[in-house]
Design a protein around this ligand. Structure first.
Ligand SMILES: Cc1cc2nc3c(=O)[nH]c(=O)nc-3n(C[C@H](O)[C@H](O)[C@H](O)COP(=O)(O)OP(=O)(O)OC[C@H]3O[C@@H](n4cnc5c(N)ncnc54)[C@H](O)[C@@H]3O)c2cc1C
Length: 484
């Protein structure tokens, strides 16, 4: 399918939270807008999101939750080791309540606001997940108000024109035809590069073989590369939003594990982790910040979590210690856990081991037997004493590994997205290698840098998709000024 026009005020590349927010806002500002999506369906990874960050929103006010803007700013910028841009954060935080209000005004319904792990209650959970927000509310509104959506159409090249416009070369997926459209402004909202192995290897330090991307699969870095090719500054690559231990099932799409109780029990609990030498290596309470947990897992070449039957039975009755977003809620009774474990064993999944003794488990996992036995004896002593003499874990998480059968899980590292790659101003304008703005070029969502350092901050949940919505709208507002 071809675009209806040859030229638009605004062309938006990517139809996730950033792209749809940019497109809808630009249409509401009276602009002609073409929203491009290379996939069959719109929404990208934003479809899987549960909620967005805000402070002092109408929902928080109703619950009496007050969070001070400058406290959030200081926490986030410190967390990033000052790699985040304070101006971008300040504007984002200060607009966050209005961002939620705008979504509400478009027709998005919220289930409530909550914390994640040990963080603040900033996570505004929308009904129907990101998929519902985009497909049932924002996209229909965008089309109704005159916006044009083209799916199965990939932007493959940007060219700067002498008249100041940008030429966007498109490829129609079905016919393979290439053609150009002209734009007075372009918003790059292509969602980062998590699904481009080559870029992960070149741009980050992660061991790509251990990373399990859990996303739309469409984040291939197109927006970044198109912009770099016309002189945009490469900035802030190198980080992915890690989210702790994740089981890799070679025969299933990685997304399926999100809702698995076994995966949450294995990868997200503050229980016992050992490395390739059969040794503990960290205070496992780190799971309460899933991105720091991802970093910790990467300090070792291999990581296994070890659960005994006792803790599995306990989680079935009392609930888990930590959940995985709203896919498996924190405190949820793990009533499917045993069945999922039994199924994985029956299917001979490569990530799971079961044995009646620790010695046998160590052999199966190819870990030094004596070392693992010693590690577990020491851990159990700490549990008896109520004091983790090695890593200082809170005694409530020192659950003895004593009751067979014993289970081992090989943990890989889950990742939701990358964040960054293009340096932007607080107006989301893309900056070139000489620190000048590239006229008419904007980046939003995961394509834009400035929000994080090398590690995401789930302590303030929802900031990633919140920024996608905010920065898309912010870009569109500034485009309006630019076009005037
Ligand atoms: C399971 C899961 C749960 C998550 N939950 C949360 C959460 O609750 N809160 C939170 O803050 N964050 C969450 N995240 C992170 C969140 O997904 C991102 O923050 C957010 O979706 C980024 O939005 P985006 O618009 O930048 O990218 P995306 O939503 O990925 O959209 C990018 C779109 O661009 C399209 N595209 C790419 N290249 C081209 C091209 N060349 N031409 C045309 N189209 C192109 C892609 O196909 C895609 O549809 C979650 C992520 C996952 C995977």
């Amino acid at each position: 399918m071809r675009s209806k026009q040859d030229s638009y005020d605004v062309v938006v590349i990517g139809s996730g939270a950033a792209g749809i927010a940019a497109g809808l806002t630009a249409v509401q500002n009276g602009r002609s807008v073409l929203l491009l999506e290379k996939g069959k369906t719109t929404g990208g990874s934003s479809n899987y999101t549960e909620g967005l960050f805000a402070i002092n929103s109408y929902l928080q006010k109703a619950k009496g939750i007050h969070i001070k803007a400058t406290d959030v700013l200081s926490e986030e910028v410190n967390y990033s080791k000052y790699k985040a841009d304070s101006r971008i954060w300040r504007n984002y935080i200060n607009s966050s309540a209005e961002n939620v209000q705008w979504l509400h005004d478009q027709g998005v319904e919220f289930e409530g606001v909550q914390a994640m792990g040990a963080g603040e209650a900033t996570w505004h959970i929308y009904k129907g997940m990101g998929h519902g927000v985009i497909h049932d509310v924002l996209q229909p509104k965008f089309v109704e108000q005159g916006g044009e959506v083209l799916t199965l159409t990939r932007a493959i090249k940007l060219t700067r024109q002498a008249d100041g416009r940008l030429r966007v070369t498109l490829r129609d997926h079905q016919s393979g035809d290439k053609y150009d459209v002209l734009a007075r402004a372009v918003v790059l909202a292509s969602g980062g590069y998590l699904n481009n192995s080559k870029m992960i290897i070149e741009e980050t330090d992660y061991d790509e073989s251990r990373l399990v991307p859990v996303s739309s699969g469409k984040g291939t870095g197109d927006g970044l590369r198109m912009a770099w090719n016309i002189g945009a500054q490469k900035y802030g690559t190198g980080m992915a939003m890690l989210f702790g231990g994740y089981l890799r099932d070679e025969n299933e799409p990685s997304y399926k594990m999100m809702a698995s109780q076994m995966n949450t029990a294995a990868g997200q609990q503050p229980l016992l982790w050992v490395n390739q030498d059969g040794e503990r290596f960290v205070n496992e309470e780190v799971v309460y910040n899933f991105s720091l947990a991802g970093n910790a897992l990467y300090t070792q070449s291999q990581v296994f979590s070890i659960l005994d039957q006792g803790v599995i039975d306990k989680m079935a009755v009392d609930g888990n210690f930590m959940g995985l977003g709203i896919y498996v809620k924190r405190g949820q009774k793990m009533d499917q856990l045993q069945a999922e474990i039994d199924q994985a064993l029956a299917d001979k999944k490569s990530f799971i081991y079961k044995a009646d003794t620790i010695e046998e488990l160590a052999e199966q996992m190819n870990l030094p037997v004596e070392k693992l036995v010693a590690t577990i004896q020491r851990y159990n002593q700490f549990a008896d004493q109520g004091n983790d003499g090695d890593f200082g874990k809170d005694p409530q998480y020192l659950q003895k590994v004593a009751q067979g059968p014993f289970y081992g899980f090989h943990l890989n590292v889950g990742a939701f997205c990358t964040m960054g790659g293009l340096k932007v101003t607080p107006a989301n304008e893309v900056i070139d290698n000489k620190a000048h703005v590239i006229p008419g070029l904007y980046a939003a969502g995961n394509d834009a840098s400035g929000l994080v350092g090398d590690t995401y901050g789930p302590n303030m949940p929802g900031t990633c998709v919140g920024y996608a919505f905010y920065s898309g709208r912010n870009a569109a507002h500034h485009i309006d000024e630019y076009l005037k």
